[in-house]
Design a protein around this ligand. Structure first.
Ligand SMILES: [Zn+2]
Length: 98
């Protein structure tokens, strides 16, 4: 089970991520680099290390929703299908010529 990832900020070294069990997280911790005082940032905890697939999908969805040119114009699939199926499908090359 992945531990939530919290973001702390050391006054000397800057921000860093730290996995802490949810029951043991506190408002401050020791900086792993200099041992100094680091305060927890008020960001929601992230599960796992780095960007998970779910996070990337969420980001992509959010980006798509905020870009108007993606949804303007033809519906997805209707404008692309003709050029893609005629020219770039490698299976078509092995078909017998008429
Ligand atoms: Zn530090």
């Amino acid at each position: 089970m992945p531990m939530p990832l919290y973001e702390f900020r050391c006054a000397e070294c800057g921000p860093f991520d730290l996995s802490v069990p949810m029951s043991e997280v506190s408002a401050s911790t020791r900086c792993p680099q200099c041992g100094g005082h680091a305060r927890r940032l008020l960001t929601p905890p992230r599960l796992g290390r780095g960007g998970s697939t779910a996070m990337r999908l969420h980001d992509a969805t959010a980006r798509t929703a905020s870009e108007p040119d993606v949804v303007s114009g033809a519906l997805p699939g209707t404008s692309r299908r003709p050029s893609r199926s005629v020219t770039t499908d490698p299976r078509h090359r092995s078909l017998p010529r008429p």
